[in-house]
Design a protein around this ligand. Structure first.
Ligand code: COA
Length: 193
């Protein structure tokens, strides 16, 4: 692997991040171009457009993005903006996916005391080399400086590879939706509550 750096998101990264977002989508979505087009609308565009300062990018030696981590720091802003801006975008591409996003917002409601929720994705060639850990480290450092004390990931399947990765990092289960589906969270050192 060439030298990988972590830096703040820049507008020029958008296309690469969109590609990675689609590459790491569920297989069933990859088989359906219309559904696949909704994945960045649901999982990327809010963060790039409304909270770009909370998007960190892993780049190769050519300064091309090979992965990213993103989080929102306001549950209420995320919900309001999703309904006002991103539901209409979904409507235009594949209205069936609005129901999916409504379920996601409901899942977030149960963990609303954890205002910062993340998404993380690396292109296949750069997975399993410690980069995911570095991206979470970097995001937590940034959130700590801003006064945040906890970080969550909403809706992870127990037993999945990503569940193993988060648990190994130190995330614990903070909400159980079903025997299979949970949300995970991590409290940063020094948190009192
Ligand atoms: C999930 C993902 C972000 C993890 O990043 P990564 O760079 O591949 O993971 P790392 O190399 O940093 O792994 C860190 C540690 O977690 C451990 N780990 C990873 N998967 C694990 C699993 N399933 N069970 C237990 N431990 C696991 C690794 O062994 C490693 O431990 P070590 O440091 O002691 O060797 C990355 O693989 C990815 O983007 N996958 C595809 C998209 C995805 O699933 N995104 C998350 C959606 S919720």
């Amino acid at each position: 692997m060439d030298e990988v750096k972590i830096r703040p998101y820049e507008v020029k990264d958008k296309e690469a991040l969109t590609d990675i977002c689609k590459e790491t989508a569920w297989e069933s979505y990859k088989k359906d171009p219309q559904k696949l087009a909704t994945v960045p609308i649901n999982f990327l565009d809010y963060f790039l457009e409304y909270e770009p300062s909370h998007v960190l990018v892993a780049t190769n030696s050519h300064d091309q993005a090979v992965g990213y981590i993103e989080c929102t720091t306001s549950y209420s802003r995320f919900v309001k903006t999703t309904k006002a801006v991103f539901f209409p975008r979904l409507e235009a591409v594949d209205p069936s996916q609005i129901a999916f996003e409504k379920d996601f917002l409901l899942a977030l409601h149960f963990i609303r005391r954890w205002p910062a929720h993340l998404h993380i994705n690396l292109t296949a060639e750069y997975q399993h080399q410690g980069l995911g850990t570095k991206l979470i480290d970097a995001l937590i450092e940034k959130l700590k400086k801003e006064g945040f004390t906890r970080l969550a990931i909403c809706g992870v399947e127990r037993g999945s590879a990503s569940y193993g990765f988060y648990r190994h990092y130190g995330f614990t289960e903070i909400w159980v939706y079903s025997p299979k589906l949970v949300s995970l969270g991590i409290r940063f050192k020094g948190e009192k509550s």
